[in-house]
Each structure stands twice: as C-alpha cells, then as structure tokens.
Design a protein around this ligand. Structure first.
Ligand SMILES: [Zn+2]
Length: 357
C-alpha cells in the first residue's frame, strides 16, 4: 500500500488547494489542465490534449487489459451576457446551480492575466421594501458588481460579454482535517487521479492505465464521451472508474433515507445513479479491493445526479464502469466541505484497484 505520512498528506492538501483555487468553468478548463500537465508530465509514458480539450495520459504496457480512470476538470460557473453603461454585469449560469445561492456572493474572474473579484449585488434592507424581500428571486434580475463606475472601466479590465467567472469563498483548512473551498466537484477527482499516477510511477503495472481529465462534465458529460470513444477505439478499454465529489447528506434536515453519503466515512462506491446502473463486476471489484486493503468505504445510496460514468459505459459496444466519490457537504456551492481522510482513502482505493491483477 501507499506510504502515508504527514508529507504525503500535505502534498495532497496543497494540490487540492491549487486545483480548487484555479478557475476552470465548463469549456474554459485550460488553466486547470496546465496545472495537471505540469505534475504528470515527468511520470506518464505519453499524454495529449484532444480536440475537445480533454487531457489524456497513458501509463503501463500497451495491450495489458487497459482500464480508464476519469475525473472532470470543469466547475460550474457564470457567463456574462450584458454589461450596463455603469459597468454592472448581467450573467447566465453554466451548469447546475441552486440560484438561491447567488445573492451577495463573491465572484472571481480572470478576464485578463490578473484575477479580479466582484459581488452579486444584494440591496440592503434600507432601500428595499419588506414585501419585496419575501418575493422569490429572479436570476435574470441579478448582476455582478466588480466595483466599476462606467462601462469603460469594465472594458479596460476585460469584463465583457462572454467573460466567464464563478462564485468563490476561498480555500481554507478547517479543524479536524476538513477542507473548504470551491470546485471540489471535481478537482477532488482530479487530485485523486494525479496522486494515483504518482503512486503508480516506477511500478510494474498489471494493466495499461488510461487517465482522462475530462472537460464539460457539468453541462452533460461531454468531454468524457469523446475521450472514451477514442480510447476504446485505440486501446479496447476493459473497464472504467470515474472519480467524483458527491453529495454528503449528513447535515441537519436530511432524513437518513435521503442521505447519499456521509463525510468522514470513507470513499463512496456508487451502485446506481441518474445515468448509470453501475456494472456489478466493477462495483464488486471496488468493494473487494477496499475490504482486502482495509480501506473504510461506504455505499452511495441511490439519489439523483450523474457522472462521466454515464457517458463512458455507453461508449461504442459498452464499457463496464463504476464510480468512486469523496463525499462533500454543499456541493455545487462556493463552499464545499470535504474530509481529507476520504480523499486519501479514495486515492488508496483507486491505486489498489489499478494494481489488482
Ligand atoms: Zn462532478
């Protein structure tokens, strides 16, 4: 098993911070991809970026029952649709947001080389009417305030129609080994794959391993679809595992039967979700691997939501696919909380799975 010490844990936490802090809204994942390329370049046999923008890397001997490991690069975000004469920016959501979250949030954008921040303007009670504050919110009426006074100032900062941004709350290490930040869905999976590649380096591999860091999962598992097609055509993939950040429901107000997973209880193994009934062969193998290696795990209980496995398992003649997830409280928000133990457990599980003959 992988050597685990404070240095290894620090490496994983620091990578989680860098991945989380990087901006990579669906379709605009290049900075996240570059960060991962810098880490894997010295250890993989080869890698390339395909036409969609997916990062694909190969380790191990060609033809040795190839397996595919997937995580998605993108995060949900916002795209600016209109800038007013005073420099206020209207926007449209990209990916699945709960729009009630928007009001008053901090926004991060990188319209040019430097990072800028703004807020989604929320009028204070002093200038709103009590009856208006009870009305439901209309996302089309919301705007981002980058602090500009004029459209010229917005232009000069590079804020224009088509600029992408997202909500941010900052990355923090919480007490007890928990982490808080944006885009843990699915930079956590990206981290799991990078660390797995590091753990496999210089080892005799029983499988050829095809890594996919996929684009555009949040808008319909689009990157994984083309990457899996190309890899299956070239390498004949025998099975696949998508690594994700899934919903933890262990918070007040969620009855046990609606709780998909619990933070701190180990990586969650999916049996069924909205777009796949997981291959029993793959889920059994994942469970056996966890048990043989004494890795605490949990079964994700059926709930909505899907992953890249939904696209991968329907590739060409079909690829048996499974999902391993790190539970996250408040996913699809600017402040998700995860437990580093679950991340380390997921890395152990995926590494051990990949090393199983
Ligand atoms: Zn995801």
């Amino acid at each position: 098993m992988v050597q685990k010490n404070a240095e290894y844990r620090r490496l994983v936490v620091d990578r989680q911070r860098r991945l989380s802090e990087t901006l990579g809204v669906s379709g605009y994942e290049d900075k996240v991809r570059d960060l991962i390329i810098a880490e894997i370049e010295p250890i993989v046999e080869k890698y390339w970026v395909d036409a969609m923008g997916n990062l694909i890397a190969i380790m191990g001997e060609p033809g040795k029952s190839p397996i595919l490991l997937d995580a998605h690069l993108d995060e949900i975000g916002l795209m600016i649709t209109h800038v007013t004469d005073q420099g206020f920016a209207y926007f449209t959501p990209i990916g699945g947001w709960d729009e009630r979250l928007f009001l008053g949030q901090t926004v991060v954008a990188e319209p040019q080389s430097t990072r800028i921040h703004g807020v989604i303007g929320a009028l204070p009670p002093h200038i709103t009417r009590a009856e208006d504050r009870k009305k439901s919110m209309d996302v089309e009426s919301l705007f981002i305030d980058f602090g500009f006074l004029t459209k010229d100032e917005a232009d000069a900062a590079g804020v224009k129609v088509g600029s992408v941004c997202t909500l941010d709350s900052g990355f923090q290490e919480l007490p007890g080994g928990r982490l808080k930040g944006k885009a843990f869905d699915d930079r956590t999976g990206c981290n799991i794959l990078v660390q797995t590649a590091c753990n496999l380096a210089k080892k005799e591999l029983p499988h050829q391993v095809c890594f996919v860091w996929a684009v555009q999962e949040e808008v319909g598992t689009r990157g994984a679809r083309t990457a899996a097609y190309a890899l299956d055509e070239q390498y004949h993939i025998t099975m696949a595992v998508a690594c994700e950040n899934t919903t933890a429901g262990d918070v007040p107000g969620v009855p046990p039967q609606r709780c998909p997973s619990r933070m701190g209880k180990g990586p969650a193994i999916t049996l069924v979700d909205a777009n796949t009934v997981v291959s029993k062969m793959v889920s059994d193998l994942l469970i056996t691997t966890a048990e043989e290696n004494k890795i605490p795990y949990q079964i994700k209980t059926p709930a909505s939501g899907g992953t890249d496995a939904g696209a991968i398992h329907l590739t060409r003649a079909g690829i048996p696919s499974g999902v391993v997830s790190v539970p996250g409280r408040y996913i699809h928000s600017p402040a998700t909380i995860i437990d580093i133990k679950d991340v380390l457990g997921a890395i152990d599980l995926v590494t051990a799975f990949t090393l199983m003959p």
